[in-house]
Design a protein around this ligand. Structure first.
Ligand SMILES: Cc1cc2nc3c(=O)[nH]c(=O)nc-3n(C[C@H](O)[C@H](O)[C@H](O)COP(=O)(O)OP(=O)(O)OC[C@H]3O[C@@H](n4cnc5c(N)ncnc54)[C@H](O)[C@@H]3O)c2cc1C
Length: 501
């Protein structure tokens, strides 16, 4: 759990000038940027003080690495360590907590897994989410789930309705028909490896080109599709492969009962995984070099040199080039920068229209709106609250957006967030007491045109010997199910080689 009051809080920014804002405190909550830059700059690291022999080292304690560990333990294999750079495991599924509520620092839900997602269903059964074929009601997102702020008021659902005309309606219907056909083709599955072809004409054009080639010109439909690609990939439809854009809509079950969600978001899943794998996890341990050693590997992390037969590399694959001696070429993926802010509210702000939902989105905002962290609470009225505000910096190139993300001071981000929300909540400034901000420079891969057929991506996923890749970016689609699938598969490959499967 990463609470904003921990040591090493060099970036705390309190003390404001304008009287009306004087009660809004907060800070940046991210801490690992400096460590990442040491890797990027090929900085020198101290020589290890001790050497440990262990058959398997997992590098990276996000959902992929934790699921690999979970799978190994289920097979009774305990001779491994998992090294995680941060002080807490979970990666993009970490969470924080204050006196009002727990809240996510990024991933906040798991769609109810469909029939292809056998590995996720297995995990859900073990964690008590799925019992005798029934999903536990208290973990399914309660109503009302989604609303959109459009033309000065909130409406139910994210599909723009206020002010829409016949043309918009008929284009949405035609779009849904095409998605139904795509779903029926069987190629859009989760995990994607169950159905994805090795290449597709849809991967040669952008989602925006695909929409235009089907003569979709409804502004509402284009907004909706851009919202979807920004939400799942951090990219605009013009920068997203049409195959990935269609996957967003076609891979989910049409009668989705979900999603599954918790105040701490997917931190709940991390908590359940950690209950099982905690003794094997070493946090605050950045692997900074991985080299060949006979038929095995050496991993340097902190003051320790680990000698092992196999490494499961569950850190983002672009890092391989910086720390693995003979790294195969990384896939040509761009990573989207994101900002996630947790706003503590002392009282509910003013608003008009449909009431507060779990997911609250503002039409034509550069950001993606906010999720209400206390939505699953059974309390009928919540005076204080936490909102998790999401912003994929999608409109600039990732490098430019990353620079903006890091260089802009907390005060400016605070004002941009509040200005955006003020459209829907005029008195928001007087209701918020604290804003904590997580900057995620390389938050998730962008599935740009050509990602599906990338030979480098497929080669990493097919690695067999002493180095097994497992991060969700092997899919190019950043989803819990993909992370779990790759962790699970890497563990199975290892067990098979070690004759323990
Ligand atoms: C803002 C945001 C919102 C999201 N929302 C959702 C959602 O609601 N639902 C969903 O399913 N998915 C969501 N995702 C996608 C999410 O990324 C995946 O679900 C999943 O958590 C990815 O897990 P992973 O293990 O593959 O990668 P990561 O989470 O990236 O984990 C990699 C881990 O490796 C560690 N690491 C890196 N370098 C080193 C090193 N050198 N040594 C040791 N450790 C290292 C990192 O600290 C990290 O813990 C979201 C992503 C973002 C950014």
């Amino acid at each position: 759990m990463s609470t904003p009051s921990r040591r090493g809080f060099a970036t705390a920014l309190i003390g404001l000038t304008v009287k009306a804002e004087s009660t809004i405190t907060g800070s940046f909550a991210d801490r690992s940027t400096a460590a990442g830059h040491k890797l990027r700059d090929h900085a020198r690291f101290a020589a290890p003080a001790r050497r440990l022999r262990v058959p398997l080292v997992i590098v990276g304690g996000g959902c992929a690495g934790l699921c690999a560990a979970w799978r190994l333990l289920k097979h009774g294999f305990k001779d491994f360590v998992l090294l995680e750079l941060e002080d807490t495991a979970g990666g993009n599924a970490r969470h924080g907590e204050n006196e009002v509520s727990a809240y996510p620092w990024a991933a906040h839900y798991l769609p109810v897994p469909g029939p292809h997602s056998t590995e996720v269903r297995e995990l859900c059964q073990e964690f008590g989410l799925l019992r005798d074929g029934h999903w536990e009601e208290r973990h399914l997102c309660h109503s009302p789930q989604e609303r959109l702020f459009l033309h000065g008021r909130w409406q139910e659902s994210l599909e723009p309705d206020i002010g829409s005309n016949k043309r918009d309606h008929s284009q949405f219907r035609r779009f849904q028909q095409l998605i139904e056909e795509a779903r029926a083709s069987g190629q859009f599955t989760i995990p994607m490896q169950r159905g994805a072809p090795a290449s597709s004409p849809l991967d040669q054009i952008s989602f925006d080109q695909w929409l235009r080639s089907h003569e979709f010109d409804s502004e509402y439909l284009h907004w909706y599709c851009n919202y979807a690609t920004r939400d799942d990939y951090g990219s605009l439809a013009a920068g997203t492969s049409a195959w990935a854009g269609i996957h967003y809509f076609a891979a989910r079950e049409p009668e989705d009962k979900g999603p599954l969600t918790w105040p701490e978001g997917n931190g709940w899943l991390v908590g359940k995984l950690m209950e099982r794998v905690r003794p094997y996890v070493r946090t605050g341990q950045m692997a900074h070099r991985i080299e060949r050693h006979g038929t095995g590997r050496r991993v340097y992390a902190g003051d320790t040199l680990y000698e092992c037969d196999t490494v499961i590399f569950a850190a983002p694959s672009f890092l391989a080039a910086y720390l693995i001696e003979d790294a195969p070429p990384s896939p040509p993926l761009e990573y989207s920068p994101w900002l996630v802010a947790n706003l503590t509210l002392e009282r509910p702000p003013e608003e008009r229209g449909y009431p507060l939902c779990w997911d609250n989105v503002l039409y034509n905002s550069a950001a993606l709106g906010y999720v209400n962290a206390t939505h699953q609470s059974l309390a009928t009225y919540q005076e204080r609250n936490v909102w998790t505000y999401y912003w994929a910096l999608a409109s600039a190139t990732p490098a430019t957006a990353r620079r903006t993300l890091i260089e802009r001071p907390w005060v400016q981000w605070r004002d941009l967030i509040l200005d955006d929300l003020r459209r829907a909540h005029p008195n928001i400034r007087s209701c918020v007491s604290r804003i904590d901000i997580m900057r995620l420079g390389h938050a998730m891969p962008r599935p740009a045109p050509g990602f599906l057929a990338s030979k480098a991506r497929l080669a990493l996923a097919a690695q067999e010997r002493s180095l097994l890749y497992a991060h969700s970016d092997l899919s190019g689609l950043s989803l819990f199910e993909e992370a779990q699938y790759h962790g699970y598969r890497a563990a199975d490959k290892f067990l098979k080689r070690a004759n323990r499967g």
